[in-house]
Write a protein that binds this ligand. Structure first.
Ligand code: GLA
Length: 392
């Protein structure tokens, strides 16, 4: 068992940067990262063959060309360290460099997962004490993305008798790997995963994060998705090019929600400028799943160049209206009916900052809906969204 004092001393050896070091937003995460991650669907069962099949499906489904480029292997790829401390893959991933070459040959990028703890969340080898060495290994394999999950360190602290991981300790741990990644010489997108503790949105960018999880883990059901997604209100000012709030990966296509509930998921994540990391099996997608993940008009909202995250404008009972300002001067406006019954909603022009009559387009029906004037109203089926692009 590691003593808390030893942990603190080791982590304290890495000083915090004197100034914020933002990642290079011109190349890394200028817009929210898009791709696929193994965890939501495959959990610990991921292996080389699955990852290759997902990469191939990413291309053949049209997802790569729609912007999804990261193929991210989550926890459970790790093997043992050798006598020089170098991390190796486990038997499910016989050759990570060859896998990265394969993924790159498809015009995609490869991501990995680790933890600042001795162990990862699923109990595999974490990066504690090997941060620079691991970053160098990742770079030598051709890794392009790292999800760094606090979980292991939290478990370690609990075992050492503390219920909390102090903020300074988290910052030191994240800064250390940030420095390791920078020293590796390879641009590697850095995604922090510590569930939103200690208002990470206020300091995630200062420790090098290109994205930071703002919540606990999402599950494939309406309640989980709604409670995570609609609790993002108020965080918009912390995100921007190179550094994004991350309300966790997508569950679209995993089967636990209806098509219109998954449309809510995709619409809200786009308004939130959230990373769009598909979490389903891309080799067996239904047409309905493809229509959601590949909706180019909704993806364009998420990837809008202005990089301004949207927020809740107002809510009436279970109907919420969220809006996001876009680079061309228009707005994406989502009317979300979270009720189990149909609801009627009048669009509040003043609250939305709309002055005169405007033009609307329905981004799920892919249809211009003509003039939208004050008093515009809609009846929304239960658990549904009307996602509009409104230009004046
Ligand atoms: C945590 C993370 C998940 C996933 C698992 C892997 O729970 O929040 O997204 O990475 O660990 O063990």
């Amino acid at each position: 068992m590691i003593k808390i004092s030893t942990l603190l001393l080791t982590l304290a050896l890495t000083a915090l940067p004197s100034a914020f070091v933002y990642a290079d937003s011109s190349t890394l995460a200028a817009t929210p990262p898009m791709g696929w991650n193994s965890w939501n669907h495959f959990k610990r069962k991921t292996d080389d063959a699955i990852v290759r099949a997902q990469a191939e499906a990413m291309v053949t489904s049209g997802m790569r060309d729609a912007g999804y480029v990261y193929i991210n292997i989550d926890d459970a790829w790790e093997g043992e360290r050798d006598s020089s401390g170098e991390i190796h893959t486990n038997s499910k991933f016989p050759d990570m460099k060859a896998l990265a070459d394969f993924v790159h040959s498809k015009g995609l990028k490869l991501g990995l997962y680790s933890s600042p703890g001795i162990k990862t969340c699923a109990g595999f080898a974490g990066s504690y004490g090997h941060e620079f060495q691991d970053a160098k290994t990742y770079a030598s394999w051709g890794i392009d993305y790292l999800k760094y999950d606090l979980c292991g360190l939290r478990v370690q602290m609990k075992a050492a008798g503390s219920d909390v991981v102090a903020e300074e300790m988290m910052k030191h741990a994240y800064t250390k790997m940030r420095d390791g990644l920078l020293a590796s010489g390879r641009p590697i997108l850095y995604s922090l995963c510590q569930y939103g503790h200690n208002q990470v949105w206020q300091w995630g960018a200062s420790v090098g994060g290109n994205a930071w999880r703002t919540t606990g883990d999402i599950n494939d059901n309406f309640k989980s998705m709604v409670s995570i997604g609609f609790h993002q209100a108020g965080l918009s000012k912390y995100a921007g090019p190179g550094h994004w709030n991350d309300p966790d990966m997508l569950e679209i296509g995993n089967g636990g929600m209806t098509t219109s509930e998954y449309q809510i998921h995709m619409s809200l994540w786009a308004i939130l400028a959230a990373p769009l990391l598909a979490g389903n099996d891309l080799t067996t997608m239904t047409q309905a799943t493809k229509d959601i993940l590949l909706n180019k008009e909704v993806i364009a909202i998420d990837q809008d160049k202005l990089g301004k995250q949207g927020d809740r404008v107002y809510a009436e009972g279970s109907v919420e209206v969220w809006s996001r300002d876009l680079a061309d001067g228009s707005k994406a406006v989502g009317l979300f009916n979270l009720a189990d019954t149909k609801s009627h909603m009048v669009l509040d022009f003043e609250k939305l900052g709309l002055t005169t009559q405007a033009k609307g387009r329905d981004l799920w029906l892919h249809k211009d809906i003509g003039a939208i004037a004050p008093g515009y109203n809609a009846t929304l089926p239960p658990h549904s969204v009307l996602l509009l692009k409104i230009s004046q």
